[in-house]
Design a protein around this ligand. Structure first.
Ligand SMILES: *[C@@H]1O[C@H](CO)[C@@H](O)[C@H](O)[C@H]1NC(C)=O
Ligand SMILES: *[C@@H]1O[C@H](CO)[C@@H](O)[C@H](O)[C@H]1NC(C)=O
Ligand SMILES: *[C@@H]1O[C@H](CO)[C@@H](O)[C@H](O)[C@H]1NC(C)=O
Ligand SMILES: *[C@@H]1O[C@H](CO)[C@@H](O)[C@H](O)[C@H]1NC(C)=O
Ligand SMILES: *[C@@H]1O[C@H](CO)[C@@H](O)[C@H](O)[C@H]1NC(C)=O
Ligand SMILES: *[C@@H]1O[C@H](CO)[C@@H](O)[C@H](O)[C@H]1NC(C)=O
Ligand SMILES: *[C@@H]1O[C@H](CO)[C@@H](O)[C@H](O)[C@H]1NC(C)=O
Ligand SMILES: *[C@@H]1O[C@H](CO)[C@@H](O)[C@H](O)[C@H]1NC(C)=O
Length: 807
């Protein structure tokens, strides 16, 4: 494809701006005569990767970094992102000026001229006297013979740090025993190896490990397309993954569909595996995929004697009686050092035993640490605490109905749970502290016992009466709303057990919606659809607040939220049931039903009305963000109802993550999702336009017959745009209608759809305007070809967008 002249000129200008004089002579090779020093760079021939000395971190941060490293990064990414580091363990310390050169033995080495020492070397067995080091287009630094490029002695792909380059392997060379594994870096500044790693087991299963011993995430088995426990891997935005397992090798690798894409896959300093892409518009990395999803599911991410809480921005905190071991490391995102005791345990060593015996401090709703020792002998909480006190290495105990557990030495992996009652692993952890750390309990003990007891009894009695009253009130209210869920007085809070019963233990699955699965359920007088949310980690209070605000939104074209359930980690939403399933089933599945044109047009208007209501009429503007046929349900008389609105609010920050890892939605996503500008309600307009095309054609825009042999001119929106100019609109409509249609409406719908998918959101109409246009109250101009489409097909149209002539 030829680029227009002005684009080429622009590119050249850009390139020259990005190329300061010092690396005008940028090369990709270190050879005996050409070493690298100071701010010199090697740049791969395709300009994608650069190699040189760098200082990680932030000049303006309170800790000045005196260490520099030899590394590889993306040449064009403005935020320095190290992908590979040679000398993580042996940084070059200021003020020495290191040099990268081919040393006397033919290896590539970092030399320190001040001390005349070798800081790092490839240490390979060299069999020729003509080695050179080349930074390849895929980011691999290879040491090879200059005369024979396939004679390779060493390559950086065999010694990865925390990043898996496209085309590099992770896993085993069974012949040489080489195990390529990713190891996290210690902190955002310290490039030394950290405590987390990503390894492929010899059985071919991937694991994230803490200290090479504790696995906290497993990929599941490879099923030919993806690892069983990581199906998100094959989403549309994700690269092409491959897994190879034979006698010689067991490895995992990926390639990019587009070699120029800037994709970063690796393991971050918090032990989370991720895949991210660079958003040029935002100048920001955007993580499409991460495992584990939340920080506290990384084993011991906060180090010993800490408590991890994902609901807090700073998710690591010290346990009571402990302080951060190294505040500097904490600030640089390395919390694995954890916390240390403020006051040493007395451990019964003192003469005055009564006042100085160690005490226990209860921590509620806790995921208990691993490696508990079960003490069969102790049959009460008191006995359990005595067992712990009697051994100096014991640091905590917990007593639950299945017995007494005690822990020795350091406590790892303690997590704050939002609601312990429902979580089987949750419990109360009693941590052992020096008596001095708990002065208040001393005072309580010495207080007036009888007075305290009387006070307590009165308080209990009062509380019981209050509870009784509340319970009776609540019971009445509950019964009331349950009897008439259609009356619209708020939403019903269901018990989990009742929903379990209503759905027959979640046995009748209606669909695998975007954020969880949907099940059919039966209440005494109605049928319901129950959506079980996956990975919704939002706190209970916020979830309830959002559900209530969504619950009051009612419109004939929006699915009605009847109720919810929020117990422990369970988050469920209960909706009215739609007998005619969803639009995708009615349009794309050959099941005998063909929606006639009138119905299709009414569906189009209904969906537009529902969206217009969401955008304008209710109190806060709600952007749906995920309009697609699967989210448009049809009731008994084929009235369309939009489902899943308000998910952005209910899921909070999980939402954007979920959005981008989802499969199949990409065809409906407006370009600004990818370019990373702020999204507005116009993203829904774009998606609506895409759906409208599908309503007209009865086919998926992205179906394979639309891209015959890579020919994009068969892409349906493209055909529509062309036929609008050339006539013969009728041939665009679903052939199964056999010509039975209203041509005026067809042309209207085609024009509207084309206007809706304009690249520039300001060119798209609002949903309210779409409704008016569909109703024939607004006349539309001929739409210009959307730029995205014209770029694909190589056409060029420069109609100035101006879509309305008022009637
Ligand atoms: C570098 O790229 C240019 C084109 O951009 C090509 O002509 C040249 O052969 C390449 N050099 C090497 C060593 O691959
Ligand atoms: C450096 O750190 C400061 C404050 O710590 C922050 O405001 C600034 O954005 C950081 N700069 C970069 C380039 O990360
Ligand atoms: C280099 O060769 C020696 C002797 O042949 C051998 O013992 C050693 O393992 C080799 N080292 C590497 C890295 O292959
Ligand atoms: C490299 O070794 C070859 C013989 O193996 C010799 O002819 C050549 O001169 C050597 N080159 C250099 C640069 O030392
Ligand atoms: C180049 O190196 C490869 C690998 O060491 C070897 O198999 C091949 O024979 C060499 N080719 C020449 C022309 O020396
Ligand atoms: C990690 O493992 C090593 C050896 O397996 C052990 O010596 C070390 O104490 C462990 N580190 C921590 C923080 O437990
Ligand atoms: C994915 O990668 C494999 C191996 O690297 C390759 O054979 C296959 O063609 C790739 N698929 C696509 C769609 O690029
Ligand atoms: C304390 O517990 C540790 C670990 O179970 C054990 O090795 C040690 O013998 C115990 N010490 C005493 C005095 O019981």
């Amino acid at each position: 494809m030829l680029l227009p002249c002005h684009v080429l000129l622009g590119l050249l200008l850009l390139l020259s701006l990005h190329t300061p004089a010092s690396y005008a002579a940028a090369t990709d090779t270190v050879s005996p005569g050409h070493s690298l020093a100071g701010s010199d760079r090697l740049v791969s021939n395709n300009s994608k990767f650069a190699l040189g000395f760098f200082k990680p971190g932030n000049e303006s941060s309170s800790y000045t970094n005196h260490n520099s490293y030899l590394g590889i990064w993306f040449n064009k990414v403005s935020k320095l992102t190290p992908l590979w580091t040679a000398n993580g363990e042996n940084p070059v310390v200021d003020p020495t000026s290191p040099e990268l050169a081919i040393s006397g033995d033919g290896n590539l080495a970092i030399l320190d001229h001040a001390t005349k020492s070798i800081i790092w070397s490839t240490r390979a067995n060299i069999t020729t006297n003509d080695t050179i080091a080349v930074l390849l287009n895929n980011g691999n630094l290879v040491l090879r013979s200059s005369s024979n490029s396939s004679n390779i002695f060493w390559q950086s792909f065999d010694y990865p740090t925390d990043t898996l380059f496209a085309g590099a392997k992770i896993g085993w060379d069974k012949v040489t025993g080489l195990n390529r594994r990713l190891v996290s870096r210690k902190s955002s500044v310290d490039q030394a190896p950290g405590i987390f790693s990503l390894e492929l087991g010899l059985n071919g299963e991937g694991h994230l490990l803490w200290n090479s011993t504790v696995a906290y995430w497993s990929s599941g088995d490879w099923n030919g397309r993806y690892f069983g426990l990581a199906p998100e891997m094959i989403g549309d935005v994700m690269p092409n993954f491959t897994f190879v397992h034979n006698d010689q090798e067991a490895y995992f690798t990926y390639t990019l569909y587009d070699d120029t894409a800037i994709v970063h896959a690796g393991l971050d300093v918090f032990g989370i595996g991720f895949v991210g892409m660079w958003l040029e518009g935002n100048q920001e990395w955007f993580k499409n995929y991460r495992q584990p999803v939340v920080h506290c599911d990384v084993y011991a991410v906060c180090g010993p004697f800490t408590i991890c809480d994902d609901n807090k921005d700073l998710f690591c905190d010290c346990m009571k009686g402990f302080s951060v071991r190294s505040p500097k490391d904490w600030e640089l995102d390395d919390q694995t050092g954890g916390c240390i005791r403020n006051t040493p345990l007395s451990c019964g060593s003192s003469k005055d035993r009564t006042s100085l015996t160690d005490k226990f401090y209860p921590m509620q709703s806790i995921r208990l640490p691993n490696n508990a020792e079960n003490v069969q002998a102790a049959t009460s909480g008191d006995e359990c605490s005595q067992v712990c006190l009697s051994n100096c290495s014991c640091t905590a105990y917990s007593y639950v109905k299945d017995g007494c557990s005690i822990w020795h030495d350091e406590l790892y992996n303690v997590k704050q749970l939002s609601d312990a009652s429902s979580d089987r692993n949750g419990g109360v952890l009693y941590i052992r502290l020096a008596a001095k750390e708990l002065p208040s309990s001393e005072r309580k003990k010495n207080g007036n016992i009888s007075g305290f007891a009387i006070g307590a009894t009165t308080a209990t009695l009062f509380l019981m009466i209050l509870l009784l009253i509340l319970w009776r009130r609540k019971g009445k209210w509950f019964a009331h709303t349950l009897q008439k869920p259609e009356s619209g007085i708020g939403v019903v809070a269901f018990r989990y057990i009742n929903l379990q019963r209503a759905t027959k233990a979640f046995s009748e699955k209606l669909g695998g919606g975007s954020f969880g699965s949907v099940f059919k359920g039966y209440l005494s007088n109605s049928t319901i659809a129950v959506k079980r949310l996956d990975g919704a980690y939002q706190g209970e209070k916020q979830f309830r607040a959002e559900v209530n605000s969504i619950g009051i939104i009612q419109h004939i074209n929006l699915v009605k939220l009847i109720g919810f359930c929020c117990e422990g980690d369970n988050r469920l939403l209960v909706y009215e049931y739609m007998p005619n399933r969803s639009l995708d089933v009615c349009l794309f599945e050959a099941n005998g039903i063909v929606l006639d044109w009138t119905t299709r047009y009414q569906v189009a208007i209904g969906v537009a009305r529902g969206l217009a209501y969401l955008h304008n009429s209710c109190r806060d503007c709600i952007i749906h963000c995920d309009i697609k046929p699967e989210n448009i349900l049809l009731d008994a008389s084929y009235v369309p109802k939009i489902a899943d609105f308000g998910m952005a609010k209910i899921l909070g920050r999980e939402f954007s993550r979920a959005m981008t890892t989802m499969r199949g939605t990409i065809g409906y996503m407006a370009p600004e999702w990818i370019s990373g500008t702020v999204v507005t309600s116009k993203v829904d307009v774009y998606s609506y336009g895409m759906v409208l095309f599908e309503i007209i054609s009865g086919r998926r825009n992205s179906s394979h017959e639309c891209f015959r042999d890579g020919d994009y001119s068969f892409f349906f929106p493209m055909q529509v745009a062309r036929k609008l100019l050339n006539g013969d609109i009728g041939s665009l409509v679903d052939a199964s209608l056999k010509g039975d249609m209203n041509l005026v409406e067809v042309e209207r719908a085609c024009r509207i759809a084309c206007w809706c998918i304009q690249d520039n959101e300001f060119d798209r109409p609002t949903m309210a305007e779409v409704v008016q246009a569909l109703e024939g109250l607004l006349e539309l101009d001929m739409p210009p070809l959307p730029r995205l489409l014209s770029a694909i097909t190589g056409g060029s149209h420069s109609v100035i967008p101006q879509y309305f002539d008022s009637v």
